[in-house]
Design a protein around this ligand. Structure first.
Ligand SMILES: [Fe+2]
Ligand SMILES: [Fe+2]
Length: 244
């Protein structure tokens, strides 16, 4: 917005024009921060500025910053609007997520029993439910920046291993359900590992960082950054771990 063309002119008038331009540019920037990003029209206007070939000195970064503010304000609007549709999106997200896991379990069973066609249908339907779940989740404005998402990961996993699973394990023990005790305990221990890894990734969040590989235990869900001799949670041999 602010181009130093006046500086190339001689005299006091040029200096005055330059100062006035500077003040006007600052005013515009300040005002636009509040006004521009709020309507679809201004978004389209900003996008059109980016599409055209602009003269040298065109403040492309400022336009991009304002567009970023527009996107952010739209997301915040969605997040803050606790409408019935927001609730419905989150209910549908939960249901579709559950259907995805259920059909995946059914597909494993069908594969094991040799029902290839049924297995394929379950796999395809499971993937379809994932598409629905992710769409609802995005529309609800629940996907933040990667730093925010990692923080959410830390919080979710920490809640699970500190608050959710301990009483579940206790209750399963009280009811003598040893399979449930094992299932809950594996998850509890794995969630603690996940929380630590998310925190570590958050602390070292840098797109240029050296590539890290993660190895997943297919039995308990433990994740390691190297292939262990055997899983420290469930004892499965390291060669069963899946690389990511
Ligand atoms: Fe987890
Ligand atoms: Fe394991």
């Amino acid at each position: 917005m602010y181009v130093k063309f006046a500086a190339t002119l001689p005299g006091k008038l040029a200096v005055a024009i330059e100062k006035s331009n500077h003040i006007m540019a600052e005013e515009l920037l300040r005002e636009s921060g509040f006004l521009l990003p709020q309507t679809e029209n201004s978004k389209q206007f900003l996008l059109s500025l980016l599409e055209k070939d602009q003269l040298q000195g065109f403040p492309r970064e400022t336009v991009e910053m304002l567009l970023g503010k527009y996107e952010k304000s739209q997301e915040e609007k969605l997040m803050s609007e606790k409408t019935t549709t927001y609730d419905n999106l989150m209910t549908a997200f939960t249901g579709e997520s559950e259907a995805n896991r259920k059909y995946t379990a059914y597909a494993e069973k069908a594969e094991k029993d040799g029902f290839t066609n049924a297995a394929k249908l379950f796999r395809a339907a499971a993937d379809a439910e994932t598409i629905h779940a992710i769409s609802h989740f995005k529309v609800a404005g629940k996907v933040g920046t990667t730093a925010e998402n990692l923080k959410d990961g830390v919080e979710g996993e920490t809640y699970e291993y500190t608050s959710m699973y301990p009483p579940f394990v206790e209750q399963a023990e009280a009811e003598g359900n040893s399979q449930a005790v094992r299932s809950f305990t594996y998850a509890l221990k794995a969630e603690e590992v996940h929380a630590g890894l998310y925190q570590e990734a958050l602390d070292n969040l840098d797109s240029d960082a050296e590539e890290i590989f993660y190895y997943l235990c297919p039995v308990c869900g433990n994740i390691e950054k190297f292939v262990p001799d055997k899983c420290k949670i469930c004892g499965v041999p390291g060669d069963k771990f899946i690389k990511y």
